[in-house]
Design a protein around this ligand. Structure first.
Ligand SMILES: *[C@@H]1O[C@H](CO)[C@@H](O)[C@H](O)[C@H]1NC(C)=O
Ligand SMILES: *[C@@H]1O[C@H](CO)[C@@H](O)[C@H](O)[C@H]1NC(C)=O
Length: 351
């Protein structure tokens, strides 16, 4: 909900600006506020000062928080938060700002920042028991068994199965390699060396494509002797997205290296199983191309199979075309079947 609300506000502002071309809204840049006491007031688009005693700009810069070594006692989301000093034996502000803690196991007080030093690799910072009770200590706890710290470093979560398959633990020892968050064996990587991360003859690399093309390629290719259906469905959608990012452009530079689109096409061509009677749509694969071998595109353009006629008469039932999309995130996760409303589909000049 939040991003949509922001966009809406922005549009209102733009309309206003266009309607009164002589009228300028004097707004400050979001990074122009002078820390440690100024924050960006998103209501009036200026820098304002945090007015509560012992408060300062929050980490994000759009609100106020307590200074290090103080705990919050009141915060209603205004410029004025209320802070109370932390004292020995709990001199440090907790992670959420609402308590005072001491630096416990595996960490110590950093005199410069007034915070506990970061936990060693493979450990998480714990300030609450599992039922949510706040503890008086900030402890470092090692993630055991098949778990690793999550991105926020505050919870141990199961690592990707591929690590466990390779090492029996959460490590991916040499010569195995991690790509796109997955541990691939040396043997798997060997078969996929011939990938092309460039754009046409340009040598520019995209970090995302470089990181994920190998993962998409290996995940969407069935293992030797496996059936077409034995592909990681998410990896195939990811591969489809990597091809869309290339604007469906199949590399044709004579190097025989495979970019996302060439690979997608090859994996689709190798696949003999269709979805229903649709020849172009292969089981487990996103459908991005009409069959280039059969030169289906001209056939589609002159196809008369859809007999319904649509009009532009508002009162007529047939003037409304109900469109739905199957949506996937960039990394291939399925987001559901969605109505094409609210700007979800941008109809361009050539569509
Ligand atoms: C929550 O956990 C704390 C510390 O482990 C314990 O003392 C307390 O009794 C627990 N509360 C409940 C309702 O289980
Ligand atoms: C399938 O592939 C996706 C994309 O690479 C990956 O995020 C996901 O973890 C894979 N799933 C499994 C079960 O390996």
């Amino acid at each position: 909900m939040a991003p949509r609300t922001k966009i809406l506000s922005l549009l209102l502002l733009l309309n206003f600006y266009v309607a009164a071309a002589q009228f300028f809204i004097n707004y400050a840049a979001t990074d122009s506020c002078q820390r440690p006491t100024e924050y960006y007031n998103f209501a009036n688009l200026r820098c304002d000062t945090c007015t509560g005693a012992d408060s300062q700009t929050s980490t994000g810069g759009f609100s106020c928080a307590c200074q290090s070594g103080f705990e919050l006692t009141a915060d209603i989301g205004s410029s004025q938060v209320t802070c109370a000093a932390c004292a020995a034996p709990t001199p440090v502000t907790s992670a959420d700002g609402w308590a005072c803690v001491s630096c416990g196991t595996g960490t110590s007080l950093d005199p410069v920042t007034g915070r506990c030093t970061p936990c060693p690799a493979g450990q998480i910072a714990v300030e609450r028991t599992t039922n949510g009770t706040q503890t008086s200590q900030h402890d470092c706890v090692a993630c055991e068994g098949d778990t690793v710290p999550n991105a926020a470093g505050d919870r141990c979560v199961r690592c990707h199965q591929s690590f466990i398959d390779v090492s029996g633990s959460c490590t991916c020892p040499d010569p195995n390699q991690v790509h796109g968050g997955i541990c691939f064996t040396d043997a798997q990587i060997g078969v996929s060396q011939n990938l092309d991360f460039t754009w046409d003859s340009d040598t520019k690399l995209s970090y995302y494509i470089e990181e994920y093309l190998l993962a998409a390629s290996l995940g969407c290719t069935p293992a030797t002797g496996a059936t077409d259906a034995q592909r990681n469905l998410t990896a195939c959608q990811l591969l489809g997205n990597l091809c869309v990012l290339r604007l469906y452009n199949r590399q044709n530079d004579g190097t025989n290296q495979e970019d996302g689109c060439t690979l997608l096409q090859a994996l689709s061509d190798d696949n003999n199983d269709n979805v229903g009677t649709v020849q172009d749509w292969k089981v487990a694969m996103p459908w991005l191309y009409y069959n280039h071998l059969l030169n289906d595109v001209s056939e589609i353009l002159s196809d008369t199979e859809i007999t319904t006629k649509f009009t532009f008469t508002a009162a007529s039932q047939s003037s409304k075309l109900d469109l739905v999309v199957a949506a996937y995130s960039l990394n291939g996760d399925f987001l559901g079947i969605q109505d094409v409303t609210g700007g979800l589909l941008q109809v361009g000049q050539w569509l």
